[in-house]
Design a protein around this ligand. Structure first.
Ligand SMILES: [Zn+2]
Length: 292
């Protein structure tokens, strides 16, 4: 594996945002994408000088706000092989230890976002409160819900129990009210679809806005130009597509930042509308952290 820098830092108004890499992993678009066909996937991938095997990033984001260190999503830990699970090293590179994290805001309980909460039996963020929407914990962490779930989802339920369960048992998981500020500048927004309690977190300061959008997008080459394309991991693919279409439209119209967990690191950029789809304009590389 190649050693790469694992962080990217910038300001959003008064607040500092650091994108942290958990690593990257190849995803097979032919097997995973739905509401499309192989020829379309191949054509759109080729336009991006890619094949139908896309190297997806797994990103997390650290926000310094109100004297607190707030992490948004937690990476995969050991669950998806050796190219992921690097969030602790990325944190180390910016001089932050996991014990210093005050809060982890979870976009949703899939283990490429919550796997990194636990390393074996050990809480990786022992001093943090974990914020997850109530619909999300109701779905993934209640016995009634698990009993009703199809066989293909049982693995995710087990991983949710393993990775989030210990924090829940220790009383460290908290819910929140949608639309109400949770930390200075940070407000959760309900975006059910990919999972029943999928949540965006909006960061606003001095007229700037960055929206942390979790799994609104997985395959950049295909889903930016065609946001109606869905993925097998969507619990409700229709609703997931509707959320994506709405989010992209608004981000392009208003010109604010998106921060997406699976878009190529740092996963931060703007959208420009083109035809029925969008073009992703990644954030400029900057060592000053002052540019826009
Ligand atoms: Zn994901």
């Amino acid at each position: 594996m190649l050693d790469q820098p694992g962080y990217y830092r910038m300001k959003v108004g008064d607040y500092e945002v650091t994108a942290l890499s958990d690593g990257t992993v190849p995803i097979q678009l032919h097997e995973l994408l739905t509401n499309t066909d192989h020829a379309t996937i191949d054509r759109l991938s080729a336009l991006n000088f890619q094949t139908a095997v896309e190297e997806a990033s797994v990103n997390a984001y650290l926000v310094k706000t109100g004297g607190k260190l707030v992490l948004i999503d937690a990476g995969a830990a050991e669950l998806y092989g050796p190219t992921l699970g690097h969030l602790p090293e990325s944190l180390q590179k910016i001089g932050v230890s996991p014990e210093q994290i005050d809060a982890v805001l979870i976009t949703h309980i899939h283990t490429d976002h919550t796997g990194g909460l636990m390393q074996g039996n050990k809480m990786v963020f022992p001093n943090a409160t974990i914020y997850i929407s109530k619909p999300e914990t109701d779905f993934w962490l209640t016995a009634e819900s698990r009993a009703k779930a199809p066989e293909k989802l049982q693995r995710w339920f087990q991983e949710a129990a393993d990775k989030v369960g210990p924090y829940l048992a220790a009383g460290k998981v908290k819910h929140f009210d949608y639309g109400k500020e949770l930390f200075p500048g940070i407000t959760p927004i309900a975006t059910p679809g990919h999972t029943p309690g999928h949540t965006f977190y909006a960061l606003e300061s001095k007229g700037q806005r960055m929206l942390f959008v979790g799994d609104i997008i997985h395959a950049a080459a295909v889903q930016f130009p065609q946001p109606a394309v869905t993925i097998v991991f969507d619990i409700d693919s229709k609703a997931a597509a509707a959320q994506r279409i709405k989010a992209f439209k608004e981000a392009a119209a208003k010109g604010y930042w998106l921060a997406a967990d699976h878009v190529s690191f740092p996963g931060i950029g703007h959208l420009r509308a083109q035809g029925n789809g969008y073009i992703w304009i990644p954030v400029k590389y900057s060592t000053s952290g002052l540019g826009q």
